[in-house]
Design a protein around this ligand. Structure first.
Ligand code: TXA
Ligand code: MG
Length: 350
């Protein structure tokens, strides 16, 4: 069975034809099917968060370990009352400020409305309200909460285009919604609000400084904590976002690189900003990540597509431009290092 594709662009949301497509999507989800949906971060693989069979389909299609909980997506904060404890006023402030948008909050779980495999048997739940108009319209039309991890095969780069979902999951999922691209391209910030001070379990587009300026208090980074080797988000312990070839970060950036050598017996791929093109050694395959070295947002938006393109190419080894450490590059460099397997691979190890 091929995966069904519904095309819904943002400017078609009011069309009669779109209404019919939304009805079909609702029916599929109501009957426990799973569907790839667009969000402003990456595509999600959505299923009814209350239906254990639908959730099982998500885990099987992705090949995802069962101990890695899913984020539950909603369209209105009222939906939270069904499955989380009364929220701290500070969480409400953050939700008001950043939702709909690229941030997920881990909250205490209440009751048995959600299927236990959605939260991997934990007593907490991560929740998010996406801002992508099509993703949001689907959630509104469906009416019940949708569990949705990124719609890629586990370990592969997340999908930022519906074609990426098809590449990974064709025939394994009921359908996918083809829509306008993601504006962020990196997954949401995950903030653990089950303890004080709140802590960032996964960096994302919303930075620590932005959170602190709204909260008017300190937010921790999980990686700075004493017990940082024990992940809060089970998903953070797995290798992620990786193309099939070895990947190395060019620390200091392509312009300062001194060690890349093109030899006859291995083909090299380089992912770097367009303005570094002149520094690409002859014979290497170049994929432009963004216009210049400080276009971090653009780099975030294009990162996964670039990694996927390299994955499909005939290169044996990939180098990627390393951006300088800053609040704005934190999520971007976090994903890049994860894609390398979380270690700086020196050239002589490859
Ligand atoms: O931007 C996003 O967050 C995308 C889109 C589709 O919304 N979703 C996404 O989901 O990235 P996923 O499953 O690929 O990543 C969810 C992360 C994992 O690291 C998981 O372990 C963590 O959130 N997580 C989910 N529920 C949790 C919980 N109750 N406690 C701790 N970590 C949790
Ligand atoms: Mg993921």
């Amino acid at each position: 069975m091929d995966t069904k594709v519904w095309e819904i662009n943002i400017d078609q949301l009011k069309d009669k034809d779109t209404e019919n497509k939304l009805d079909e999507i609702k029916t599929a989800l109501t009957y426990g099917e799973v569907v790839g949906i667009p969000t402003e971060t990456v595509y999600g693989l959505a299923g009814d968060a209350r239906n254990s069979e639908a959730i099982q389909k998500i885990f099987s299609a992705k090949g995802r370990p069962g101990d890695n909980p899913l984020i539950v997506h909603i369209h209105s904060v009222e939906q939270l009352d069904g499955f989380t404890e009364p929220r701290d006023p500070k969480v409400k402030t953050l939700m008001k400020h950043f939702w709909p948008g690229p941030i997920s909050f881990i909250l205490p779980l209440k009751g048995s409305m959600l299927s236990s495999n959605t939260v991997a048997e934990l007593n907490s739940v991560a929740v998010r309200m996406p801002s992508h108009p099509v993703g949001h319209a689907i959630l509104e039309h469906v009416g019940f909460p949708l569990a949705a991890p990124s719609a890629n095969l586990s370990g592969k780069p997340s999908p930022t285009h519906y074609r990426h979902v098809i590449d990974d999951l064709n025939g394994k999922v009921y359908g996918v919604v083809a829509s306008d691209s993601a504006t962020f391209g990196l997954e949401s910030t995950v903030l653990d609000c089950t303890q004080y001070p709140y802590r960032i379990a996964r960096p994302g587009s919303i930075t620590k400084a932005e959170l602190e300026s709204v909260l008017k208090e300190t937010v921790n980074r999980h990686e700075d904590e004493v017990n940082a080797e024990k992940p809060i988000s089970p998903g953070m312990k797995y290798k992620h976002y990786a193309p099939r070839q070895p990947l190395a970060v060019i620390e200091g950036g392509l312009k300062n690189n001194t060690y890349i050598e093109v030899t006859e017996d291995r083909k090299i791929g380089i992912i770097a900003p367009e303005n570094c093109r002149g520094y690409v050694p002859e014979g290497a395959l170049f994929i432009s990540l963004c216009s210049s070295e400080d276009a971090y947002r653009e780099a975030g938006r294009n990162l996964y597509a670039a990694l996927r393109k390299m994955d499909k190419s005939d290169v044996d080894l990939i180098y990627i431009h390393g951006f300088p450490k800053s609040a704005e590059t934190e999520a971007l460099m976090n994903r890049i290092y994860k894609a390398t397997g979380d270690e700086v691979i020196k050239d002589d190890h490859l």
